[in-house]
Design a protein around this ligand. Structure first.
Ligand code: TYM
Length: 334
């Protein structure tokens, strides 16, 4: 059976980008067609300046939101990365296969490191090695497919390279995974800055729609979205990033196609209004379910506990065989 793994990092409140690019597909499609694991990758949240209490709160919130979005513990495994030691165990072995040059070429590293330096801070070593831990997340489970948004493509490519290299050097150990991306809304852009990704950690502004935003806030943010000069509603992400972003969001909500949809509009105002309505309607049921789940924190804790147990059982054999293949002496039994 196909194995699917994906994750979300608790560095901020989940956004419409996370939902349309990844989470919605996990819930609607992926968990039903494969053996799927979805992980709150909390170790990754420690790669930049962080507040320990906030990371804990965001991890709990992300888990609750994944369940509220429709992930069903009967259909898939939902767990927290730091509850399963195999991720960190495997990461070190993969560091011994990856090169520093490879790490320095990662776009997200370059962008985030530049931002840290600009703020006058220092860059944590873990920010550089982050993609190796991500590769470990994926490879530990014999993953075939990794459903992600566009921004993670380079990291999944690196994961493939590391798997192939390890297998060539030390014998076949890892499945070589591939990224899958949604047809529409693989990169939802910031509503105020439509040439930048809508990111949960790097922006707390009017350009980011959060899954838990009140309907009025969602409407306000979308109605105030930056559009482009010109009047025509045309789908052209290069020349008209603002309008194209709205068309992508609306198309993703309706299950239609942004280019076709553009023909139905003659004004930016009407497009914004329909997009706002569609997003409010999309998020309503998730928010209702989130509220119910918040009233029952022991249910969420139970799901995460079971999930970690299942995940550990799945990861252990692969990680043990990697330890052996690379030349480490197995501990003697008894
Ligand atoms: P993260 O937490 O930034 O994002 C979680 C998922 O949401 C997608 N996404 C978007 N999709 C469309 N438009 C956007 N604006 C947008 N913003 C985010 C991301 O592509 C991702 O699929 N490194 C990963 C977490 C991770 C992971 C893994 C993912 C760690 N280990 C193993 C898959 C497999 C990250 O930072 O995602």
């Amino acid at each position: 059976m196909t194995r699917i793994f994906s994750g979300v990092k608790p560095t901020g409140h989940l956004t419409l980008g996370n939902y349309l690019g990844a989470v919605r597909r996990w819930a609607e499609v992926d968990q039903h067609r494969a053996e799927a694991l979805f992980c709150i990758v909390d170790l990754h949240a420690l790669t930049v300046d962080h507040d320990p209490g906030r990371v804990r709160r965001l991890s709990r919130q992300a888990a609750t939101l994944l369940l509220a979005s429709g992930l069903d513990p009967e259909q898939c495994t939902v767990f927290v990365q730091s509850h399963v030691d195999e991720h960190a165990r495997l990461s070190y072995l993969l560091e011994c296969v990856a090169t520093d040059g490879e790490m320095r070429r990662m776009i997200q590293y370059k962008e985030k490191a530049a931002l840290e330096r600009k703020r006058g801070g220092s860059v944590r070593l873990s920010l550089l090695t982050y993609p190796v831990l991500m590769a470990a997340d994926i490879l530990a489970y014999g993953t075939d497919e990794v459903p992600v948004g566009d921004d993670q493509t380079q990291h999944v490519e690196l994961t493939r390279d590391l798997a192939v290299r390890f297998n060539q050097r030390y014998g076949h150990t890892f499945v070589v995974p591939r990224a899958t991306r949604p047809e529409v809304a693989a990169r939802v852009m910031n509503l105020q800055e439509p040439t930048s990704k809508m990111g949960k950690s790097d922006d707390v502004g009017p350009g980011v729609v959060y899954l838990l935003d009140e309907p009025e806030t969602v409407r306000k943010k979308i109605m105030r979205a930056v559009t482009d000069s010109g009047q025509d509603v045309e789908y052209d992400p290069e020349e008209r990033p603002g309008v194209s972003n709205l068309l992508e969001i609306l198309a993703a909500c309706q299950g239609s196609d942004p280019a076709t949809l553009s023909g139905a509009y003659t004004s930016y105002g009407a497009l914004k209004k329909d997009t706002a309505d569609a997003v409010v309607e999309l998020l309503g049921p998730v928010q209702d379910r989130h509220k119910q789940l918040c009233a029952d924190p022991s249910y969420v804790e139970g799901v995460l506990r079971d999930g970690a147990r299942r995940a550990r059982e799945m990861a252990r054999p692969t990680v043990d065989s990697a330890y052996e293949a690379i030349g480490l002496l197995a501990p003697s039994a008894g």
